[in-house]
Design a protein around this ligand. Structure first.
Ligand code: GLC
Length: 454
């Protein structure tokens, strides 16, 4: 999830309260959460909804504009914007605190694609089936990710896919393999005045690290969980993927060690300021990076898929599937009005406008035949559509957050060279298996894995 200046301020505020300790931070959220989420006051007869979603910079302006239009179309409904941190893990913590306390605001929740099963299984979001949502109009993978126990719990708002950005003035042709990407990066870095960094991405210990890992994993033919629901994250392909990340990227200095603390925005700043040859990121940076007023690389970059390893026969080019969904808070007093707003924001016109304003990919395949989308998206529409259709989801399970946390810790330990990749992945597999047993998820996961797992 993106982090801009506003969310950084939020985080700093909370952290200074909590003297930098994680548990104290969570406690601070727990105390502040329900208060911050107090029901807004309403005039008599007025329905008041609260909407929380990405609301920074251009996204904030767009959301405000669309909410205003919705209110004009629906007199009697007032929608208030409730700010939440833009960092995926922080927003998740806040939502969990509020929903545990059965707070009905925000009425509409913006869920990361990996949260829906968890929120659905906990009873925190309402099934949408009774509103007759137009499932068939969305990409099937985005519907699968929002379905739990046969019911649809959220509508896909925008889709994210992992992309490889490259400086076309330094590397004219897209690398066909990961190995080629490393050599291209080294060649460009060693040119006089060449960028400081070879490749930048999201290496901090948070959800972004998992999305990057999923891409290297696929590039070497590995997966986290297989079709039978078995944990295979410690198989030789996965070990090779992690070794590649540690040795070819960090050891050779193609990726700076700083990347191990970076999120989406730090990577974007480095690339946008001309300091990197390649960047792994989502589609959103295209808009800002094409703007000559703020970008040193406008007109000098292109995007292509992350390549597969040339040394792994079962490896394939892999893009992680990300994105945001909109769901109804189960504790809201106004579920019908909330659905109306979700339907409005995910309707073709609003989605198109979102793509045009902030470059985020629509979740409706039909829009990829619409010429108006062409100027909004950096790659040919057909390629964007195919990237989403073939993107690799993370495991679809209510215990995803815990699973991810285990993996984040173990991957990071290997990347900072505290343990060997094999050891880290063995430990991750053992801990994930124990989690699956403890929560009785084995059977459920083998069903869900068939449809999705990377
Ligand atoms: C983006 C993606 C989301 C992912 C997150 C990781 O926001 O849309 O799916 O989990 O980045 O940082």
């Amino acid at each position: 999830m993106r982090r801009g200046p506003a969310s950084r301020k939020l985080k700093q505020g909370a952290l200074s309260l909590a003297a930098n300790s994680r548990s104290a931070f969570i406690l601070a959220l727990a105390l502040a959460g329900p208060l911050a989420a107090c029901a807004p006051t309403s005039n008599k007869g007025e329905t008041v909804l609260t909407f929380s979603g990405s609301a920074l910079g251009a996204e904030g302006t767009l959301v405000a504009k669309q909410l205003k239009r919705f209110m004009e179309l629906n007199p009697g409904v007032r929608v208030e914007l409730q700010r939440t941190p833009d960092d995926a893990s922080q927003r998740h913590q806040l939502y969990v605190q509020w929903l545990n306390a059965r707070v009905g605001n925000p009425s509409i929740l913006q869920l990361d694609v990996v949260w829906t099963p968890e929120f659905a299984a906990a009873g925190w979001v309402l099934p949408l089936d009774r509103y007759g949502p137009p499932r068939a109009e969305f990409f099937p993978a985005t519907i699968t990710a929002n379905t739990w126990a046969g019911k649809l719990y959220a509508l896909p708002w925008f889709a994210d896919v992992g992309l490889l950005y490259r400086r076309t003035d330094l590397v004219p042709n897209e690398p066909k393999t990961l190995e080629e990407m490393v050599t291209d990066a080294q060649a460009a870095m060693s040119r006089r005045g060449g960028p400081r960094y070879g490749i930048v991405w999201q290496g901090a210990r948070y959800e972004g690290l998992i999305t990057g890992f999923v891409e290297y994993l696929g590039a070497f033919g590995g997966r986290i969980i297989d079709d039978k629901g078995e944990v295979v994250v410690n198989r030789p392909e996965a070990v090779r993927a992690l070794e590649f990340m540690r040795d070819e990227l960090y050891k050779t200095n193609v990726a700076p060690l700083d990347v191990l603390t970076w999120h989406e925005e730090e990577a974007r700043f480095a690339f946008q300021n001309g300091n990197a040859v390649f960047m792994r990121n989502w589609p959103y940076p295209v808009a800002a990076m094409s703007d000559t007023a703020q970008s040193k690389v406008a007109g000098k970059f292109a995007v292509s898929p992350m390549p597969a390893s040339g040394a792994a026969p079962s490896g394939h080019s892999t893009a992680a599937l990300g994105g945001a969904q909109l769901a109804i808070n189960a504790y809201t007093d106004h579920p019908d009005a909330a659905y109306k707003l979700i339907a409005y924001l995910t309707a073709p016109e609003q989605m198109l406008e979102r793509a045009q304003a902030v470059g985020q990919y629509p979740t409706r395949p039909a829009l990829y035949n619409d010429a108006r989308l062409r100027s909004a998206i950096a790659i040919p529409l057909e390629n964007a559509r195919r990237a989403i259709e073939s993107a690799t989801p993370r495991p679809v399970t209510p215990i995803y957050t815990e699973l991810s946390e285990i993996l984040q810790i173990e991957l990071h330990r290997a990347l900072v060279r505290q343990v060997e990749p094999r050891e880290a992945l063995n430990s991750a597999a053992a801990r994930i298996n124990a989690l699956i047993e403890r929560t009785g998820m084995r059977k459920l996961m083998s069903g869900a894995a068939k449809e999705s797992a990377p």
